[in-house]
Design a protein around this ligand. Structure first.
Ligand SMILES: [Zn+2]
Length: 177
């Protein structure tokens, strides 16, 4: 099984206009795990996540990860494209470092807004990969904060809800988009 390979053969059914935007109540809902009997759903979800990420990148020049609920798929699935595309199915953060760091976070659901948040420096995430094999991955820094952001989406948590204080918001500079 290679869900990402199968996804490449499918026509995307979602586009940038399907991306849920800040305020949509579905973004605040907790997502359901993917059951083994639902694996046939995943190639289309993966194709759609990939497509919308590419459209966000083309328009806004950012985007390393996207969670299924951002497209209204209320399932625990994350698509990442950093060094290579990856699917994280039913991810769970099993370990978090005591060390934390702050950053200006962004989100495709409100592409012009930056939010100052605090994230754990290192985490361990366990998940099923695109081959439905169980994985455990230790990540730090950029990947750590990215996966914390995407896993938050699966719990119905946006980075606006993680703001470090009431002034922790800024508009993305025009030069950055
Ligand atoms: Zn987001």
């Amino acid at each position: 099984m290679d869900i990402l390979l199968d996804a490449q053969t499918l026509v995307p059914s979602k586009h940038l206009s399907d991306l849920l935007l800040l305020g949509d109540p579905r973004l605040y809902e907790r997502c359901e795990p993917i059951l083994e009997t639902e694996l046939t759903l995943l190639p289309q979800i993966a194709a759609d996540l990939r497509q919308v990420m590419m459209e966000v990148r083309a328009k806004y020049h950012f985007g390393r990860g996207i969670a299924a609920p951002q497209l209204g798929y209320m399932k625990r699935v994350i698509y990442l494209d950093t060094d290579r595309p990856r699917l994280l199915i039913n991810p769970s953060i099993t370990d978090r470092s005591a060390e934390v760091f702050e950053l200006w976070d962004d989100c495709m659901c409100f592409p012009h807004l930056l939010v100052r948040v605090q994230r754990h420096q290192c985490i361990t995430v366990t998940y099923f990969d695109e081959h439905w094999e169980r994985r455990s991955w230790n990540v730090k820094n950029d990947l750590s904060e990215l996966i914390q952001h995407e896993c938050d989406h699966l719990e119905g948590i946006l980075c606006t809800m993680r703001a470090v204080n009431e002034k922790a918001f800024k508009w993305r500079a025009q030069a950055d988009v």
